[in-house]
Ligand binder design. Sequence first.
Ligand code: ATP
Ligand code: MG
Length: 299
Amino acid sequence: MNFDPFLVKPNSSIKLKHYDPRFISGLETQDLHLSKDELKARSDELLLQGVKRLGELQDKLYAQNTYALLCIFQAMDAAGKDGTIKHVMSGINPQGCQVFSFKQPSAEDLDHDYLWRYARNMPERGRIGIFNRSYYEESLVVRVHPELLDRQQLPDRLRHSKNIWQQRFEEINNFEKYLTNNGVVILKFFLNVSKEEQKKRFLKRLDEPEKNWKFSANDVRERQYWDDYMNAFEDVFNHTSTEHAPWYIVPADRKWYARLVVAAVIQQTMEQLNLAYPEITQAQRQALVQARQMLEAEH
Ligand code: ATP
Ligand code: MG
């Protein structure tokens, strides 16, 4: 699969309106002549293969204990973050995976610098960490709703600074550089759902009793700020997509396609790490021989 259409190049000035949430490409061209059901079946099959391979790669990541992989998911409500995380990680040993969902900050969080709660939850070496929302909310929801910035108890000089967002982008870039230099490999996914598709999914949550619990009136209120969010997202992508921590804008109106793209990006990134099981030393090999002798000597 070619990820170029989704990857935001460093120092870009992309516009989200140029990214089609219904875009499909990267499947074998003959597949594009398949019916909707056939296409979905084919993609399910590909996803299954990808998920299986991710499981193998994760096993080596864990054994090698050098790198951590941090996958960040940002999106508007109902874009499919939860489902994507569930499906893409389904082949992974639960011990090798750490998922953190960031909601509104607590009083304790607000008593610290804004990166504090995220830094505390970084994946350990050998693990895949999933951030379901992340420090990017600090330049998204906090930017769209200035009263949230007021709650952060910053010194006035900083709170009223015109450069505050630019400054946060720089701080986040530096933070990610620091993490990268410490073996944390960072991937950032924006699940790009259209406003129309979001409405359909909200209505479905209202219509289907088993989906009612997912519905939140607040999500409908946030929808009123759609354009503000899109502007904030564009600014985030244009300032924080870097060589070491790239953003991918994933078409998300078709859930199966979004899952496929995310799995493929993670797989490709992990393949490039050349992960391998640790070699054992001569002394360790001898210890294994001794252990076998001891076991065999038992009656
Ligand atoms: P789901 O709805 O699928 O359970 P979710 O991520 O939308 O998942 P919610 O509990 O509905 O979870 O919403 C979390 C809310 O917390 C979002 O509205 C988000 O904008 C908000 N939030 C996250 N981080 C911050 C932050 N740093 N400051 C203020 N609000 C935040
Ligand atoms: Mg929500």
